[in-house]
Design a protein around this ligand. Structure first.
Ligand SMILES: Nc1nc2c(ncn2[C@@H]2O[C@H](COP(=O)(O)O[C@H]3[C@@H](O)[C@H](n4cnc5c(=O)[nH]c(N)nc54)O[C@@H]3COP(=O)(O)O)[C@@H](O)[C@H]2O)c(=O)[nH]1
Length: 848
């Protein structure tokens, strides 16, 4: 499963790291990460995250707290890249089982640019919601401001009208009303200045004297002042020349204050150039509001998150460009619709109810929901909604912000799939299975119910793999998964634990359900022939059964006991099921004890080698000797390989033991070589695992060099299983061994695989007829026929044939009469230690 994960991880364009949560060490990084951080991949994988994250321990803890409070599924950190530049990043982290370790799988997203950009245009990064909130009020205020502008205009016009009336009254000497009019002008919120036709001030109202207009009025000539402040002089001059009204927005006080200047010519009957009236208003606030509105609108339109504003009836009032980009809907298609337009048939009612409830209660809701784009495609969004209330506390509007998290969700789901499901069969993997097992036990404990575990191992699967190839083996495993799924209920958990091991979990309310029937159904389903690509595959199921609470209360105990029961089913001839019994536990315990003793034995070198003669009945001398390992157990005495070889193979310890035997045997054989003219060869058993191990040829070469034994005197006994691999490595290794003079013997010949073509293909020198054919050779005609056939085949292929397990003179004679002169067995000699073997040699072979 890791290989697939590795591929996705390495090829992904998102920045990804696997981090040891304890040390912070970066265990694995992808190319995207190397690019982003600017380090070569291996240098990055030698760093710890603390070297990159500028947050102190305390700051990291604080950020974690904040993320939790804000219910964020990501953290925001500051990462320093190789160039020294500091990036603001969002880090999404999940724990992940990887290569037997629990690591933090982190996806890093650079948000620096986005942050910087937003920071430039507005202090938006602090809280986008607040911004839009403010924007909303600004939008509302805009209407008010338009009113205000109208009002100012009207006021101005009214003021002008009043002033004209006022002047008219002056010219008509309407002194009666002049006091009243002067009061109105004096109290106007606008600064009002009248000038002669050259701009010299004739009159100015109170306001203009008191406020910043006082500075202007000091100059006594308005034209002169305006010349220094107005950029567009031509328009001003034209307006003066043509005696046209003129309006201009002035920026004074280093841009902190804005004035709107209205110029109106005053025409009198006496002169065509009577003068001017200037009305000035402070429009600084208005300008600021406009600027803010512009900025807010830019933020609204350029935000990377989609923004949707709804009125209190949930009718959409405004959306931004990001909304269109994510949903595919243009604003005119959604305005005055409810957000349900986005769900288009998706069953989101209960989520909407919950959102409504949360908004009523807390004014806020955020979470993950799925919606549909206009194209119909489903997408996932992270949505955050805020309810805005008016002064009386009534909901006035809703602001929804959302970002498209579909890509991230897909990546997460792929990773989840890999972490929890078996990629070959699609069944739950061990990880998910253990989790479900734990949950099932917790539930059973609460409900006083029952959980049954069936541990299934396929019998004969290795044979299918070895003979038909791994792809056919994989096909068989897939079909096994399908058969199990079809046989069991949906509520049952089926898992592939690894290799050819499957497990089934069944939760029941009562303990009296018929588990025998279920186990029987599984057996029947598996025993049916499997239709593979070009052949049929045959396997059966050995099943071990345990149940909660009878056999144990925790996952580990129940698994262990089911495993023991399964071994018992194997030992009982396979293709059957066994319920766990206390006696099995004892056996399993013994096995575990033996395992640790065996490891200790290797460490403490408790192995010795015995030698058994292979006798040449024609030449009457010892032709060779087989080296046989023994375990000098500190308490149990001398143990035969039958007690430990199988376990050593299962545990992968056989290669270490084998190497010890090889070295010891070569040393002894080399010493015989020095003492005898016709010194025997040494025959050493090589397990398939030892043969396949890297460095095997070197270990043979070392043993020969160290001992000084000629290569021709070494025989390697291998079983037919080595040839089954039939790969280039096997051919190359055997050829190299043969080229160096070493002899190859096939052990237990006749019991293994049927294809004999390998005898021609590989450089084999000797066949050792298995002792099961010899034990009753005097009476068993079938074995006689077989043995004769092997001897004849050996002769025609020019292979030496050795008969194993010769216990009686009659067996020896039968073999001799059948032209098989080389024999090994208790009749001539049992295996013995080196000293006794040497005595035997002195008796039968010629001393130098
Ligand atoms: N990979 C390795 N396998 C090894 C090594 N040493 C031994 N073995 C394998 O263990 C199996 C058991 O070996 P052992 O108990 O030593 O039995 C051998 C002989 O004692 C026994 N034998 C010999 N003659 C007779 C006989 O007349 N009757 C009788 N009942 N048994 C007899 O046969 C065993 C040798 O068999 P084989 O190897 O097939 O020639 C056994 O499979 C060993 O191969 C080791 O170092 N590495």
């Amino acid at each position: 499963a890791n290989t697939q994960f590795d591929k996705i991880f390495e090829d992904h364009t998102a920045v990804m790291l696997l981090i040891d949560p304890m040390s912070g060490d970066i265990v694995k990084a992808n190319d995207a990460a190397a690019n982003f951080y600017g380090y070569p991949l291996d240098a990055l994988e030698n760093k710890s995250i603390q070297e990159i994250n500028l947050f102190t321990k305390e700051q990291v803890a604080e950020e974690r707290k904040n993320a939790k409070l804000q219910k964020r599924n990501y953290f925001i950190f500051r990462h320093q890249i190789a160039s020294g530049e500091v990036k603001t990043v969002e880090v999404y982290s999940v724990p992940l089982e990887y290569a037997g370790r629990t690591l933090l799988f982190s996806i890093i997203q650079d948000i620096s640019e986005q942050r910087q950009y937003q920071s430039d245009i507005w202090q938006y990064q602090e809280n986008l919601e607040e911004m839009v909130d403010e924007q909303l009020s600004t939008i509302n205020a805009k209407n008010n401001k338009i009113h205000a502008i109208y009002l100012t205009g009207i006021t101005t016009l009214v003021t002008v009208a009043l002033f004209l009336v006022y002047l008219l009254r002056i010219t008509r000497n309407a002194e009666k009303r002049s006091f009243e009019l002067s009061q109105i002008v004096e109290q106007s919120p606008s600064a009002i200045i009248t000038t002669d036709h050259n701009g010299n001030i004739l009159y100015q109202n109170n306001h203009s004297m008191r406020t910043l207009f006082a500075n202007i009025s000091k100059n006594k000539n308005v034209f002169a002042v305006l010349e220094t402040l107005v950029n567009d002089q031509t328009r001003l001059n034209n307006a003066i020349k043509q005696r046209q009204p003129w309006v201009y927005d002035l920026s004074v006080n280093q841009g902190h204050t804005f004035l709107r200047v209205h110029l109106y010519p005053i025409n009198s009957k006496q002169s065509s150039k009577s003068g001017y009236v200037f009305i000035l208003d402070d429009i600084t606030k208005q300008k600021q509001d406009e600027k803010q509105l512009r900025l807010t609108s830019t933020v609204f339109q350029t935000a990377t998150e989609a923004v949707m504003i709804c009125d209190k009836h949930y009718k959409i009032q405004a959306v931004n460009e990001a909304f269109t980009k994510i949903t595919g809907f243009d604003s005119h298609e959604v305005l005055n619709q409810t957000p349900e337009i986005l769900s288009a048939g998706l069953k989101n009612e209960s989520i909407y109810k919950n959102i409504q409830h949360q908004l009523d209660e807390n004014n806020q809701w955020q979470g993950e929901i799925s919606n549909r784009r206009k194209s119909g495609e489903i997408y996932y969004e992270w949505l955050s909604i805020t309810a805005l209330r008016d002064n009386s506390g009534e909901i006035d509007a809703f602001v929804a912000l959302f970002s498209d998290i579909t890509k991230r969700k897909k990546a997460e789901s792929k990773i989840y799939q890999q972490a929890n499901y078996d990629s070959l069969t699609g069944l739950a993997n061990r990880n998910l299975f253990l989790d479900r097992f734990e949950q099932a036990l917790n539930k059973a404990e609460r409900d006083h119910s029952y959980v049954t575990l069936l541990f299934i191992d396929l019998d004969g699967f290795k044979h299918v793999n070895d003979t038909l190839g791994h792809s056919q083996g994989d096909l068989l495993l897939k079909q096994t998964a399908q058969r199990l799924s079809a046989t069991l209920r949906k509520s049952d958990t089926i898992t592939r634990l690894g290799g050819d091991e499957f497990a089934v979990l069944i939760s029941t309310e009562k303990c009296d359900f018929n588990i025998r029937k279920v186990a029987g159904k599984i057996q029947t389903a598996i025993a049916r022939p499997f239709e593979l690509e070009n052949a049929q595959g045959f396997v059966s199921a050995s099943i071990g059964i345990t149940s909660y609470p009878n056999d144990g209360k925790d996952v580990e105990t129940l698994m262990r006991k089911a495993d023991s029961a399964m071994y018992k089913a194997k030992a009982n001839g396979k293709n059957n099921f066994q319920f766990f019994t206390a006696e099995m536990d004892e056996k399993a315990l013994k096995r575990r004890a033996l395992e640790s003793e065996l490891r200790l034995a290797i460490e403490k070198q408790q192995f010795i080698v015995h030698y058994q003669a292979i006798f040449d009945t024609e030449k009457n001398h010892i032709y060779a000797s087989e080296a046989l390992v023994r375990w000098q157990h500190p308490e149990k005495g001398l143990l035969s390989p039958f007690h430990f070889i199988e376990l050593a193979e299962e545990l992968g310890l056989i290669a270490d033991i084998g190497e010890f035997v090889l070295n010891t045997a070569c040393d002894c054989a080399a010493s015989w070589h020095k003492s005898f003219d016709n010194a025997p060869s040494i025959s050493v058993n090589i397990s398939s695992m030892q043969f396949q191990r890297d460095g095997f040829l070197e270990s043979i070469e070392n043993a020969l060099n160290k001992s000084g034994l000629p290569a021709e005197k070494l025989i390697l006994e291998i079983t037919e299983s080595v040839f089954i691999e039939n790969d280039q490595k096997t051919i190359t290794q055997l050829t190299k061994l043969a080229d160096s003079g070493i002899k190859i013997a096939i052990d237990d010949f006749g019991t293994g695989y049927s294809s004999l073509s390998y005898l021609k293909k590989f450089p084999v020198n000797k066949l050792k007829i298995d002792r099961s054919f010899i034990s009753d050779i005097e009476h068993n005609h079938e074995n006689q026929a077989l043995t004769k056939a092997i001897i004849a085949m050996g002769q025609s292929l020019k292979l030496e044939v050795i008969a194993e397990g010769v216990e009686t003179r009659d067996q020896m004679q039968w073999l001799k009469d059948s032209e098989c002169a080389l024999i090994q067995g208790y009749w001539f000699a049992k295996p013995s230690d080196h000293e006794d073997f040497k005595t035997l040699l002195f008796k039968h072979n010629l001393r130098r």
